[in-house]
Design a protein around this ligand. Structure first.
Ligand code: NAD
Ligand code: ZN
Ligand code: ZN
Length: 340
């Protein structure tokens, strides 16, 4: 008897809810019952056939939280009943990046919920036990759903930091950009200026502590950001990564600043390499997170530096996953969750 419902993206802009057998955990794995599963920019890019590394069909759900229900053989790191959040990177632990603390760059990386034969957008899922973090009692289920999204900006801030005392620009005030703002504030940045084309997103950035916001559609967006910062940006977090944002980011960072590519580009484009050489611009790719970033994200949520009610704006049942994806790209929401 099929006892598990699962969302499958079967084609560009098409998904279905399938019934399957309850999955059984292999040795080293657990079976968890989903609590909240986030819809991410990467999910909606993939759903629209625009993600460079997620082929369709795919089983979504990398922002997965749940409660452990069954342990596979040999699992001792978690117990039945534990509330968990999945760190969805699935490293091999053998290659050079894995052996040197950069398992996000694993040469054999697989990614739970992103092109992997399993994901969390289901009533229940199985996942490797070594990829779980136990959620502390003083973090709510909704707070737990922000741990994975927050870990990306934590990582980006850590590898381009320290941000203490620095002039920071954040391009794009979606979930990632607004969490990036929170990380910059928490890290002690001197000034943070945020851009977005949508007035509602800019307003939200101001509410969450941006010193100033700039309309991203303005032709002189870089000049306006520099004026609002009062100087060039030490670090620009490009949380969109289309040609116009990355070129503007380079303009903001002149001279000597860092441009962090946090958004997933849906296409390649040319960069002004002669200006980057002459004006000593550093471009830093930012790929997800490692375990210590999850630990920092957990601490930020536990201490109230990031509050679920500021970020989670909609919840949908599993059978309305498509509406959840649409809501996520509507511009009217920040983090949209699916509640199986
Ligand atoms: N590097 C990583 O490991 C990683 C992890 C998660 C997500 N991402 C990527 O980060 C990006 C943001 O994700 P999200 O969940 O916040 O998406 P989102 O759709 O919630 O937010 C994107 C925001 O950018 C704004 N925007 C669009 N064009 C803009 C422009 N020209 N200038 C400024 N802002 C603009 C939109 O109005 C929106 O508010 C996506 O590309 C996603 O795939 C990367
Ligand atoms: Zn995500
Ligand atoms: Zn590896």
């Amino acid at each position: 008897m099929p006892t598990n419902r699962r969302i499958v993206v079967t084609g560009v802009r098409t998904m279905e809810m399938r019934e399957e057998q309850t999955p059984t955990p292999a040795p080293g794995e657990v079976r968890a019952r989903s609590t909240y599963v986030g819809v991410c920019g990467s999910d909606t890019h993939a759903f629209h056939g625009r993600h460079p590394f997620i082929p369709i069909p795919y089983l979504p759900g990398h922002e997965a939280t749940g409660v452990v229900e069954e342990l596979g053989a040999g699992v001792t790191s978690v117990a039945v009943g534990d509330r968990i959040v999945v760190e969805p990177t699935l490293p091999c632990w053998n290659c050079k990046p894995c052996r040197t603390g950069s398992e996000n760059l694993c040469e054999n990386l697989q990614f739970f919920g992103c092109g992997y034969p399993s994901g969390g957008m289901a009533d229940q899922f199985v996942v490797r036990a070594d990829r779980l973090h136990v959620v502390p009692d003083d973090i709510s289920d909704l707070g737990a759903a922000l741990i994975e999204p927050l870990s990306t900006p934590v990582h980006a801030g850590r590898i381009t930091g320290p941000l203490q005392g620095r002039a920071v620009a954040v391009l794009g005030a979606g979930t990632i950009g607004l969490l990036m703002l929170a990380v910059a504030r928490w890290s002690g940045a001197a000034k943070v200026v945020v851009t977005d084309p949508l007035p509602g997103k800019r307003e939200k950035a101001l509410k969450l502590g941006a010193d100033a916001v700039v309309d991203a559609t303005a032709p002189d967006v870089a000049a306006q950001v520099r004026a609002a910062l009062g100087e060039s940006a030490d670090v620009v977090f490009d949380c969109v990564a289309v040609r116009s944002t990355t070129l503007a980011a380079i303009d903001m960072a002149l001279k000597g600043g860092t441009v962090a590519i946090v958004g997933v580009p849906s296409a390649d484009f040319e960069l002004p390499i002669s200006i980057m050489q002459d004006q000593q611009i550093r471009v830093q790719g930012c790929a997800t997170y490692v375990s210590q970033d999850f630990a920092t994200a957990i601490e930020m949520i536990r201490t109230g530096a990031v509050r679920a009610e500021d970020f989670i704006t909609a919840q949908f049942p599993l059978e309305e996953a498509e509406q959840a994806f649409d809501a996520s790209t509507s511009g009217a929401h920040i983090k949209v969750l699916i509640h199986p």
